[in-house]
Design a protein around this ligand. Structure first.
Ligand SMILES: Nc1ncnc2c1ncn2[C@@H]1O[C@H](COP(=O)(O)OP(=O)(O)OP(=O)(O)O)[C@@H](O)[C@H]1O
Ligand SMILES: O=P(O)(O)OC[C@H]1O[C@H](OP(=O)(O)OP(=O)(O)O)[C@H](O)[C@@H]1O
Ligand SMILES: [Mg+2]
Length: 290
């Protein structure tokens, strides 16, 4: 059985939704950090801060965990990335760790940051090695948060995370460099990954979670088409590989099915109808396993 650490905070809601869709519902009451997943392959489930998860996974307290790339890099933990889950607080996508300075400051790149500047950040290790690489000696100040509030009085430069960019803009800051792109990752303990029976369980969980991620934003379209219209319908139908076509019993009609992006569906359906498709069905997909 494998033990799993789930991230509290920004990633919690998206993570709980992902596990639920994967058929691995995390069961717990409000404020309960020791949870359960009803699956024979899964043992202990704990909800912890994502800052600490990579280290706990690397030390073997958990076989599997979810955390952001930022905390995996910042902690320096030696773990195996089993899959990129590609979600942040707001949903799909990546966040960035950026270098930002006041809008009014006359510089456009990090190379122009004056030596001795104060740099506030939640990521002291990432920040130190970044400025070492640049060869600029700076004073790195650890920040517990609300980092953008600290310029210009309490600090000169910030290294912080941005998703929509609104916190930077509202606090009069501009980005002068991107240090790291970060997303949620499924990480495993090195020894667990090398152990064949644990690895099988880890890969089973990974298959289910990745299948949900892959199906995100997709739907299955099914329709019937007469033989004379089939080429035209297929020509406007995007599909994963090739659309599936089967012959309807005792008629000159074919059934076609294809996986398509949900964002295109409202434009696609009228076009398919115009091209001769009928009985069009849009069906939700919960998992895609390649
Ligand atoms: N919009 C976002 N804001 C903050 N963190 C995000 C965002 N999107 C994704 N993340 C990721 O979530 C993790 C941060 O989780 P954390 O628990 O610190 O959340 P938090 O909202 O910053 O918590 P707190 O409110 O205590 O600062 C990081 O790995 C970070 O990359
Ligand atoms: O680009 P945006 O969409 O505006 O998101 C980025 C902000 O979100 C996080 O703050 P959080 O809510 O975690 O507060 P904190 O600074 O106190 O950690 C992060 O530290 C940024 O301040
Ligand atoms: Mg935060």
């Amino acid at each position: 059985m494998i033990d799993i650490a789930i991230p509290k905070g920004s990633l919690l809601n998206q993570t709980l939704e992902l596990f639920e869709r994967a058929g691995l519902e995390v069961r717990r009451t409000e404020r309960e950090y020791n949870a359960r997943i009803n699956d024979p392959r899964i043992g202990k489930v704990k909800i912890l801060r994502p800052q600490e998860i990579p280290t706990y996974v690397s030390r073997g307290y958990f076989d599997l965990g979810i955390s952001g790339t930022d905390w995996i890099v910042e902690s320096g933990a030696d773990v195996v990335t089993v899959a990129n889950l590609n979600y942040g607080k707001q949903g799909p996508g990546v966040v960035k760790i950026v270098v930002a300075v006041p809008e009014s400051m006359q510089i456009t790149s990090s190379r122009e940051i004056p030596p001795g500047s104060r740099v506030a950040t939640e990521y002291p290790n990432i920040t130190r090695s970044y400025f070492e690489r640049l060869g600029i000696p700076v004073e790195v100040q650890f920040s517990y948060g609300a980092t953008e509030a600290k310029v210009p009085e309490l600090t000169d430069v910030v290294v912080d995370l941005t998703e929509t960019g609104s916190t930077l803009i509202k606090n009069g800051l501009k980005i002068i460099d991107v240090i790291l792109e970060s997303t949620s990752e499924l990480i495993a303990n090195q020894q667990s990954w090398s152990d064949p029976s644990k690895r099988e369980e880890i890969e089973a969980v990974e298959t289910l979670l990745s299948a949900v991620i892959r199906a995100r934003g997709k739907a299955l379209l099914k329709m019937n088409v007469s033989e004379s219209n089939i080429e035209q319908v297929i020509s406007i139908l995007p599909s994963m590989k090739h659309p599936t076509i089967s012959k309807l019993y005792n008629s000159g009609y074919y059934a076609i099915e294809s996986v398509v992006d949900k964002k295109d569906i409202n434009l696609l359906i009228p076009k398919l109808k115009k091209a001769g498709a009928s009985d069009i069905l849009e069906i939700d997909i919960s998992k895609i396993v390649p």
